[in-house]
Design a protein around this ligand. Sequence first.
Ligand code: ATP
Ligand code: MG
Length: 359
Amino acid sequence: MELIIGESEAISRLKQLIARVADTGLTVLINGESGVGKELVARSLHQQSGRRNRPFVKVNCAALPGELLESELFGYEKGAFTGADQPKPGKFELADNGTIFLDEIGDMSISLQAKMLQVLQDGEFSRVGGVKDVKVNTWIVCATHHDLEADIQAGTFREDLYYRINIIKIIVPPLRDRLDDIPLLVRHFLAKYQSSLGQHEGQFQISPDLMRLFMQYNWPGNVRELENLIQKLMVTQDEAAIIDDLTRKIHGSESRLERKSQWQPDQQILDAVLQDVKAQVAQGLPPLKEVKKRAQAVAERVVIEEALSVARGNRKEAAKLLKISYKALLYKMRDYDIDDDLSSHSGATINIKPTSDSL
Ligand SMILES: Nc1ncnc2c1ncn2[C@@H]1O[C@H](COP(=O)(O)OP(=O)(O)OP(=O)(O)O)[C@@H](O)[C@H]1O
Ligand SMILES: [Mg+2]
């Protein structure tokens, strides 16, 4: 069994929570950035529960399109679709008396979310093409890197399903918020890969200079990034190259932070809203209902553009800065007609669609 390494306050609390939740059978939602250890937490929940000798079945909801995912989860009956020559149980049935780990649940299609809701409500479902209800005793543990509340706002996640899966929420903090765990993690990964690389214990050490950089870096890829970096270091043995690379990344993000501090959000948002209100009034007084909506849209647009600019056009990074999901950002960019090419935007013309569901 893989252990969760770390003694920071956040990780100690996380371990306590896992121990407390493990035997309750309550649905768990694990949330956190990419690479923080969500899957490790899910496996640990299963290991610490009375279900540990029963299957732990993982399904990646982002890897399959809606219909395939449905038959993967719920199975199918013979003749349900072309090629269904034999009935096949789904992952829910395979995980009976065990645990099903629904990874990346934020990426599940809306129509499948409806079926999931039914399973959570009744503990029953039918196979694709089947009529009989199947009842299972499966512990449901979900994970996502999305901010599901923002996805609900954007209309891509069902609110009722959210309340059903969010009974116990476990937030795995990003590595940059628990830097004191880094030395322990480094030691753990060095030991983990030593034997597979034919090295003996303690043969490979990292220098204090590199450790110092590890403590300054912001680790966007979290523990996975650290693990990969240690592996790379052990294979290439080229510490100088890694020191160079990290130094460049740390300084790059500092200059971006400087840029951010020159930004005057109050002024820019106010200017944009004022300009928009003036333009509206010039065409006759707008209905009052519209005023707040438009002000919010204009303000959001200014902030989104700033985030995209700080992230140098990298939408994933911009979404992270804004603490919304990637999908929610795409919806908002579409609604607010935000161009990919930010350089072409003067900052003065605001072209917001009059009404939008996502506002
Ligand atoms: N606290 C930890 N102790 C030891 N190993 C860890 C820890 N956290 C993460 N890892 C390791 O880091 C890697 C990434 O973890 P995991 O796959 O659980 O992350 P994740 O949050 O599911 O990532 P993603 O969102 O990208 O799927 C794995 O190899 C895992 O074993
Ligand atoms: Mg994962």
